[in-house]
Design a protein around this ligand. Sequence first.
Ligand SMILES: [Zn+2]
Length: 258
Amino acid sequence: MEPAVSPAFEWRQVPAGRVVVAVPLVPLAAHFFSTRDVSHQTRDPDYRSVAASFGVPPRHVVDVRQVHGRDVLVLQPGGESPAAPVEADAIVSLDPDRVATIRVADCIPILLADRRRRAVAAVHAGWRGTAAGVVEATVAVLEQHGVRPADLVAAIGPGIGACCYEVDRPVLDTFLRRDAAADAWFVPAQTGGRWRLDLTRANRDQLVRCGVPAGSIHEIGSCTRDRPDLWHSFRRERDAAGRMVAAIRLRASGLVDR
Ligand SMILES: [Zn+2]
């Protein structure tokens, strides 16, 4: 089966297996969205393969303990990586030596890079994080470090599509409590009292609202639940689901081909 991703994305083969890169991000920052070739169920080998893909030592691959919130970890140049992952759902990196990573299986992975190369970011946005505005919080932290939203290029990677994501009233209400405009992201489902939620669109709209140009936001256009050949999906695989890694480094020099 031919892997279906939008024309702004390309397949690569690296030590972490098949990965997808966003072509507009390539000149700004080495990065990828992994496929299910990375499982993350066995962390060390997976992170060694992620490190090898960037040509860095494993201790330079930074992850966080994801809690579906809006806290952002900032990596300063020359800083030490935390001994144990800290609680956060996004990483802003000002450090060209380290690789910022988040893990997903249906949640939306978002990678951001600054055209003026001051910083990059990796964001984990499930429904709770999206409702909390995690991508908006990330852009705010980038701004605190001198990045203009107008200079950001964003890649929205593989997550669950509105085709496969039915939610109930409490989810809709959680969004509406924070954001009256959120109903644009929900479409009534066939089943009464349920809605289909478009998390990619929600995150795109939030980025635009922060000042990221719509033309600088690129979507992979592949639903994790629909493609068991490519992606892990928590909704499909439940407790057996692995996690994919989205990774980015503040240095354009490329990935290691395998
Ligand atoms: Zn789907």
